[in-house]
Design a protein around this ligand. Sequence first.
Ligand SMILES: *[C@@H]1O[C@H](CO)[C@@H](O)[C@H](O)[C@H]1NC(C)=O
Length: 223
Amino acid sequence: MVALNKKWVLNLLFIWVFARPILSIPIPARYDGFVFNPSSSTLPSVLVEAFIDPLCSDSADAWPVFKKVVQYYQDDLLLIVHPFPLPYHHNAFFACRALHIINKLNSSFTYPLLELFFDNQDSFSTSYTIQEAPSSVLKRIVQLAVDNFNELLPSEFESLFEAGFSDSRTDLATRISFKFGCSRVVVGTPYFFVNGIPLYDADSSWTFSQWADIIEPLLAQRS
Ligand SMILES: *[C@@H]1O[C@H](CO)[C@@H](O)[C@H](O)[C@H]1NC(C)=O
């Protein structure tokens, strides 16, 4: 019995020592996610983080009201959206990667692209694309961005955007976004945190006044 316990302890020690470096999350050079209103000059009092899957219908449903809230409180509130690809939306990793790519090319197009995905979710859904090759889905994502942004971006935008999908750094950034969500125990989208605290019951049905009930008391406590 004692020998068995010893063996267990040694096994656990072995796992702890050797598995830890494999399981640890790479630390990104910058905090994960996309800042919605980077122009706010002073440090705002309320940090809201939203974990969003661009291909999740609940995320799309939540967005219009949530965006109004963020715009209304923009002087006192900083929003960071973390892309979080849900595994049951088969193209979500591509969509999140596209956000990382365009954020690197020109960050003012990150949120417009997110909204484009919201508007075109059906054509990237698992059921719609079940017979489609992944390379074709990627081409359509590039085309979607090109059709909507090309006039606003430099002529090489299409090739740069497409090349982003072969750049291992954008793959890693998207993986880190996913792992970051896992580390915060995110299990679905949209998932909200206010000043780091999870709002378990905030969902796509939340109204402006429900959000205001969370934010107003925090602003009132400022001294
Ligand atoms: C991003 O695109 C906008 C609109 O075309 C442009 O005004 C801005 O200068 C671009 N920013 C960068 C960093 O290229």
